[in-house]
Structure formats: C-alpha cells, structure tokens
Ligand binder design. Structure first.
Ligand code: ADP
Ligand code: MG
Length: 249
C-alpha cells in the first residue's frame, strides 16, 4: 500500500491549469522523485500535499487519512515534514534554538519563532535536538547564529529541523538548488544516510539529474501540470518522451 496517494488532483490559478489530473503513489520506504521543466507544477503539488494550497478537486491520502481540509501544522503533526525551495530557518536565532522550534511544533502545533523559549529547559527535547545535530555533523555549530552560516549549512540545519520531528514522509523541494558541487555531494550523502538509518519515505523535487539518479527508486515526470510518465530511473533515462520533453533532445 502507498504511504501517500494522490488521485485526480486539479488546481487552477485563474486561467492557468497548474495541476491537471495528477495521480501519484509514494510507497513506504522509497524515494520518489518528481522532475519536470520550470513551471510544470512541482512546487504547486508539494504545496497541496502540505496544506498550503487547496486543490479544486481530487484526493490526497496519507497513511489512510485524508490530508485535504487540514491546516499545514495539522498535516505536519500527521508525520509529513518539508524542506522548502529556499531555506526557512530563523536567521536571528542560533542553531540550537532553531532546532527546538520543530520539536515544540511536533507536540503543540505552532511553528513560530519564540516557541524555543517554551522548551529550552526540557531535557528530553534538548537531547533529541543534540542527537540530530550530531547525526548531521553540526553539533559544534550549536551556538552559531543561523544568519551567519553558509548556504550549505543552512540547508543542513533545515533538514535537521525536519528530521528531528521524526517524520514518516519527508518532502524536499529542490534541496540542492543554488548549491556548490561539494554541498550538493554532501546533501546526497546526508539523504542516503537518512534513508539507510531511518528508513524515512521521501518525495523529492529536483532539477539536478545527478541527485535524482543517486537517490530515487521511482521517478514521475511532470509536464504542464500532468504526469507524463512514471518509472524506474533506468527506464526514465532511456524514455524517448522524457528525452524530448524534459532533457531537450
Ligand atoms: P515548478 O515548481 O514546477 O517550477 P510551480 O508549481 O511553481 O512550477 O508553478 C506552476 C505554474 O503555476 C506556473 O506557471 C506558475 O507561474 C503558476 N503559479 C504557481 N503558483 C501560483 C500562484 N500562487 N498564483 C498564480 N500562479 C501560480
Ligand atoms: Mg518549484
């Protein structure tokens, strides 16, 4: 059975059909990549999955429960965490304070800046955050101000903020966008490690084919809001429709 099942989802912005009859199943313990040209509807689809956008029609079921009609923080509490296209961290807080916010949100719902103050003396939360920072090799940066970190480290922190919530499904929107090669390689290794050690199911939007082919078990190609083809990475590589529509051949 699929952990996440999207059926017949449509979303219009005025005259533009951003998503047209999208069907997508993400199986437990797999990494499912969604690729497609700019404007294909990838981010729109992710926004529907996390409750930031309400589709015009269709259904989204996570672990047997409908996601539609729930608020983003409720969907987050159901076990879906998301890494945004541009890192959403709190620039004026240090690394540890940032980490405590999702810990709080998992329990109490609100994902807001001063949430860390409510949990900063809770030993179990702090230990959890420290263990996660250690896992992503950032424990030595726990006192560092988020705004002063490199782009790669901000990404790493954001990823750790998702993982500390122990999600069952991790959604990633272009996690390596704008990264230098070395940071991209580090991100691939981090995501591989997460999968191996934690068995977290992932859906990843990514334009870097090296990242996609390193991680994905299944790939869906989205074009003009509609899935063009879904297959294994090997089959996608050789697919004539994909080469034509996406790889520009
Ligand atoms: P992708 O992430 O694949 O590049 P998006 O999902 O961001 O594509 O966008 C799909 C299409 O929907 C684009 O044509 C985009 O301009 C449009 N779009 C996205 N969000 C909105 C919005 N909030 N209002 C109007 N149009 C939007
Ligand atoms: Mg996008």
């Amino acid at each position: 059975m699929a952990l996440l099942s999207v059926k017949g989802v449509n979303k219009r912005f005025g005259g533009l059909q951003a998503l047209g009859d999208v069907n997508l199943d993400v199986k437990e313990n797999t990494c499912h990549a969604i690729i497609g040209p700019n404007g294909a509807g990838k981010s729109t689809l992710l926004n529907v999955l996390v409750g930031k956008l309400i589709p015009d029609s269709g259904s989204v079921v996570f672990d047997g429960q409908s996601v539609l009609g729930r608020k983003p923080h409720q969907i987050n509490q159901m076990g879906i965490s998301r890494v945004f296209q541009t890192p959403e961290i709190f620039a004026d807080l240090n690394v540890m304070e940032n980490m405590l916010i999702p810990c709080f949100a998992k329990r109490d719902g609100a994902f807001r800046m001063h949430a860390f103050e409510s949990v900063r003396h809770e030993k179990s939360m702090i230990e959890k955050a420290e263990a996660m920072l250690d896992e992503v090799n950032m424990l030595d940066k726990r006192e560092m101000l988020a705004s002063s970190m490199s782009r790669g480290d901000k990404r790493r922190l954001e990823m750790a903020m998702c993982l500390v919530q122990e999600p069952r499904l991790l959604l990633l929107d272009e996690p390596t966008a704008g990264m230098a090669r070395a940071d991209t390689e580090n991100t691939i290794e981090l995501l591989k490690m997460i999968r191996k050690e934690r068995g977290i199911t992932m859906a990843i939007i990514e334009h870097d084919m090296n990242v996609v082919f390193s991680l994905a078990d299944r790939i869906t190609v989205l074009a003009q809001g509609t899935p063009l083809v879904e297959d294994t990475p090997d089959n996608i590589k050789g697919h004539p429709k994909v080469r034509e529509a996406y790889l520009g051949e």
